[in-house]
Design a protein around this ligand. Structure first.
Ligand code: FE
Length: 297
């Protein structure tokens, strides 16, 4: 018998600006919710329609102690880092960066996108690393759109892109350190998904567009809201009403994200997330001394 998880709390995303001034919807960290172990941050960048020349990004900055998972939905982002990696993220692409001991990178709109302007929409999730992995060598995994496994419900009303974990018959291809689930569902009217989630994992949903129903009572919750589930079951249900037509922009889109909590102290200072104050001081010193490298521009 599977037990459906109930809703513990709903957190509306807070709109803020990040990096060089781009607008993000941020369910956490906020004053209401500092983190959601093992996750440290979720930013929905935009959606925003840029005029030619107006697109913004995040110039050179460091990270240590966790992973950043960038998932583009619209627009094109270029990235460059102190380990010599560079590339462009197109819609649907995922970049999984394990910052580990430290990396300096830039995340800027692709020059051609900046020239033409257009819609930018993307997500960045920060996944904490356990103490034993915080100082590992930095690593990148790039997953172009075409290589992201996709699943489909038997009735065809629900489809899913599997970035981490398993869903609707599809299994993720990315190697991960901290066990997590990262699913992007697209739901037609009348769709219903029963997603198994491991006992003990912290799990939340985040609406990107339209309204979806969650939990035992099928509570309807709109976009830009984070639905934190209680730990009382092994299944999460997501469904859409028969008459749900989504936003003008498209169908109901929902992220379902979960992970095994690390249950370790979290000490964060901007782009560094460690376990102790001393480790944070060391991160700042290492960064200032150039020990996280430089980007060749
Ligand atoms: Fe960054």
């Amino acid at each position: 018998m599977s037990a459906v998880r109930s809703i513990a709390h709903v957190f509306p995303a807070v709109q803020t600006t990040e990096g060089g001034g781009f607008i993000v919807n941020r369910p956490f960290p906020t004053r209401q919710l500092m983190d959601f172990d093992p996750f440290l941050l979720l930013d929905e960048m935009g959606p925003v329609d840029y005029a030619p020349g107006a697109a913004k990004g995040a110039p050179d900055h460091p990270h240590r102690g966790f992973e950043t998972v960038t998932y583009m939905l619209a627009g094109r982002f270029g990235h460059k880092d102190s380990a010599g990696h560079s590339g462009t993220l197109a819609p649907g692409d995922v970049q999984w960066m394990t910052a580990g001991a430290g990396v300096i990178h830039s995340e800027m709109p692709d020059p051609e996108f900046t020239r033409t302007g257009g819609r930018m929409h993307g997500l960045q999730l920060w996944v904490n690393l356990p103490a034993r992995d915080k100082m590992i060598a930095p690593r990148y995994q790039e997953m172009p759109h075409a290589q992201i496994p996709q699943g489909r419900s038997a009735d065809g009303l629900a489809t899913v892109k599997v970035i981490a974990g398993e869903s609707l018959g599809a299994k993720a291809a990315i190697e991960i350190r901290t066990p997590i689930l990262y699913l992007h569902f697209t739901l037609a009217p009348g769709a219903r998904v029963e997603q198994p989630v491991p006992a003990g994992w912290n799990v939340f949903a985040y609406g990107l567009s339209g309204t979806a129903q969650y939990g035992v009572n099928g509570e309807a919750i709109g976009a830009q809201q984070m639905v934190a589930f209680a730990g009382d079951g092994d299944t999460v249900t997501i469904s859409t009403p028969e008459n749900e037509t989504g936003d003008a922009a498209g169908p109901t889109e929902v992220l379902l994200i979960g992970g095994l909590p690390l249950n370790e102290p979290v000490v964060r200072y901007g782009p560094f997330v460690m376990n102790t104050e001393q480790e944070i001081r060391q991160a700042v010193l290492d960064y200032q001394a150039g020990r996280m490298g430089h980007i060749a521009h």
